[in-house]
Design a protein around this ligand. Structure first.
Ligand SMILES: [Fe+2]
Length: 206
């Protein structure tokens, strides 16, 4: 069976549910088995960005994407538009940083190096960043997001940006993908209110 089919077939079953549960997503994420040859075939580098995106499934209930990370480039701290899901480390190791907003600042509250095959889970309010930790084995990760992400937040040194949900975790090159931007660090609800943006309700999860 083709490597993409081995990932997509169980994901389609997940997407058949109105709201795929986080526990079911994490179970599927943990069961994915891909050889080095499979990973070579699935890799899609983008050396100008923190990672290249290969979208495997873009179902309104579940998006599945493989990220092929560029060594030496950390993605911007970001959220996932209220989505919940998981990230499976397929190859290499990730430096994973989790942030919180305190007194108008983005504060690093946890940082760790992932283990081989580790599955990270995230809730609707997670703000995080990742990078490839092992220079000899560039990181590849498999991402699961519930619901269609309408808009996500990306944080730079000085701004909070609302960007189209199809973007990666960096400032988009195409200005049309930037839905709004404000100075400083804003939480999602505050940014939506400030910019008068309309967003769909967050997907329900178990
Ligand atoms: Fe992320």
């Amino acid at each position: 069976m083709e490597p993409t089919a081995r990932i997509i077939d169980p994901c389609r079953a997940l997407a058949a549910h109105q709201a795929p549960s986080l526990s079911a997503i994490l179970e599927v994420a943990g069961q994915v088995e891909l050889s080095g040859t499979d990973l070579d075939a699935l890799a899609l580098p983008d050396h100008d960005q923190p990672y290249g995106r290969r979208v495997l499934l873009a179902d309104p209930r579940l998006e599945v994407m493989i990220a092929t990370w560029t060594p030496g480039i950390t993605c911007a701290p970001h959220d996932h538009g209220g989505s919940v899901g998981g990230v499976r480390v397929l190859r290499g190791r990730a430096r994973h940083r989790i942030y919180t907003i305190r007194d108008g600042e983005l504060v690093l509250c946890r940082e760790h190096i992932t283990s081989p095959g580790e599955v990270l889970s995230f809730g609707p309010n997670l703000i995080h960043s990742m990078s490839s930790e092992d220079p000899d084995t560039p990181l590849m990760t498999l991402h699961f997001y519930t619901g269609a992400i309408e808009m996500m937040l990306v944080y730079t040194e000085s701004e909070t940006l609302a960007v189209d949900g199809s973007c990666g975790a960096w400032v988009p090159e195409d200005p049309a993908d930037i839905l709004g931007r404000v100075s400083g660090v804003l939480a999602r609800d505050d940014l939506v209110s400030r910019l008068g943006l309309h967003t769909a309700a967050s997907p329900a999860v178990d």
